[in-house]
Design a protein around this ligand. Sequence first.
Ligand code: ZN
Ligand code: ZN
Length: 263
Amino acid sequence: MISFCSLFSGSSGNAIYLASDRTKILIDCGVSGKRIAASLTNIDVKASEIDAILVTHEHRDHAYAVGIMSRRYDIPIYANQQTWEGMQHLIGKIKEENRRYLYTCKDFCIQDIGIHPFAIPHDAAEPVGYNFYINNKKVTLATDIGHVNNELASRLEGSEMVLIESNHDLEMLKCGPYPYYLKQRIMGENGHLSNEAAGELIAHMVEKGTNQFLLGHLSKENNFPQLAYQTVYNILQSRGIKVGQDAIIEVAERNSTSKVYRF
Ligand SMILES: [Zn+2]
Ligand SMILES: [Zn+2]
């Protein structure tokens, strides 16, 4: 069985829990170690039981407590070469045996969990999303995506569930308080995915057979949960996709754990 839970999701910090019957992992640790351990307790998991931490990219909202968690609970960290270099200043000293290297686009395993890290367009050194394979079922995590291309879309197809970024509402971003350069960065090819773009991508994935979606990594300033949900809902309905029947859409909360999804 696969267990999947969003512990924290948003521009202020991300941490995801995923487990098979034998193996428990975290993807990203972007809030304090204390808060991550407490959120794991909420879903009856001890931080000391975590077998590995995977990192998507070196930005603070993903890597902030990676080093703390590794040192406190003696957990190996998996990241690609450039992410290791990019997050070095943020995570502090890591025991040699807990420094594990993965390669973008190359499959690997952590015990019984198969993992495929795929490249995503984002302004970090070597950012990745992940496909996870357990018992022939696939779950995908894809946040911090500047834009969707065919290769990326194909990595998401066939998943039981996808946690997909729904970062901002375009109008809120354009009219909001951010300085011009930051707006350009977020809207750019290597920035973040808008609610509208997430809706289009989800419609494509529903047509390819996925029906469970968790919208994540919402911007605090340029989005809110009901708006992200409604925008995606409207796009799906306009394509003849019935939300609640053909597709289940939920929004991952910034500061509290989602339900534990099991497949
Ligand atoms: Zn990022
Ligand atoms: Zn991020």
